[in-house]
Write a protein that binds this ligand. Structure first.
Ligand SMILES: Nc1nc2c(ncn2[C@@H]2O[C@H](COP(=O)(O)OP(=O)(O)O)[C@@H](O)[C@H]2O)c(=O)[nH]1
Ligand SMILES: Nc1ncnc2c1ncn2[C@@H]1O[C@H](COP(=O)(O)OP(=O)(O)O)[C@@H](O)[C@H]1O
Length: 217
């Protein structure tokens, strides 16, 4: 008998399930982060998409608790002083930030977490959670980016100019990211597919089978 030759065969799992992943999706305004995330949510309802807080006014069509938690600047600052925020930054003149509990609770449940952040937030998370995966989303050209911002019609010209000017500085941060995904015009599906592939591959990394995500939080 084979077993008698080999002795007791272990039934222990060959590899431990990978620890939950923290994925940061960043990139200049208008590249398609929200569009990508909305489609990713449909494809991967198992992922936890963190709803962040902002002092920015809600845009038509945006939903409280879905797109953001829309709070006053005063309330936002109270959360910061209370130590409730894992990260926060002033982005295009408005406060934006992540409530710590949103991330720690999801990781504690073993759920992979997706954060949509600007490059400042991405840098903070890279420091706080070194095992996080960061993805930089780009449009195929600055001209296409600007045309998307114009077509989106969410900002008056002055606020749009702030976004375009900042985009040039944000593009210089691309080297700090793990991946860059080109969200080409009319090819949103391909960009989402690439991000899905990144998430699948990262979960399969050998060292992630044993690492503990977000331990330092
Ligand atoms: N640092 C940081 N950035 C955030 C947070 N939530 C959203 N952002 C980013 O803030 C930027 C501005 O978002 P928004 O005002 O919705 O403008 P949009 O990018 O033009 O749609 C985007 O790059 C978001 O990814 C957050 O909690 N922290
Ligand atoms: N691949 C794409 N091709 C064409 N338009 C796109 C694509 N991805 C996003 N858009 C459009 O570009 C605009 C900006 O997208 P949005 O998701 O708001 O960007 P961000 O969240 O990065 O600011 C929106 O009108 C969106 O519908």
């Amino acid at each position: 008998m084979l077993e008698s030759q080999l002795g007791n065969l272990s039934t222990e799992p060959t590899v431990a399930p990978a620890k939950p992943l923290v994925v940061v999706i960043s990139g200049p305004s208008g590249v398609g982060k929200d569009a990508v995330i909305k489609q990713l949510q449909e494809a991967r309802p198992d992922l936890h998409f963190v709803v962040t807080a902002t002092s920015r006014q809600r845009r038509p069509g945006e939903q409280e608790g879905v797109d953001y938690f829309f709070v006053s600047e005063e309330r936002f600052k109270q959360w910061v002083h209370a130590g409730d925020m894992l990260e926060h930054a002033v982005v295009y003149g408005e406060y934006k930030g992540i409530q710590r509990s949103q991330v720690t609770n999801a990781l504690a449940r073993g759920t992979d977490v997706v954060l949509r952040l600007d490059v400042q937030g991405a840098a903070t998370i890279r420091h706080l959670i070194p095992e996080a995966v960061s993805i930089f989303l780009v449009a195929e050209s600055e001209a296409k980016l600007v045309s998307r911002l114009i077509a989106r019609k969410t900002e008056p010209l002055d606020k749009m100019l702030v976004r375009v000017e900042t985009a040039r500085q944000e593009m210089s941060c691309i080297q700090d990211f793990d991946y860059v995904v080109n969200n080409r015009d009319g090819e949103l599906d391909q960009a989402v597919g690439q991000i899905e592939a990144i998430i699948v591959a990262e979960k399969l990394k050998v060292w992630r089978q044993n690492a503990k995500a977000g331990e330092s939080l």
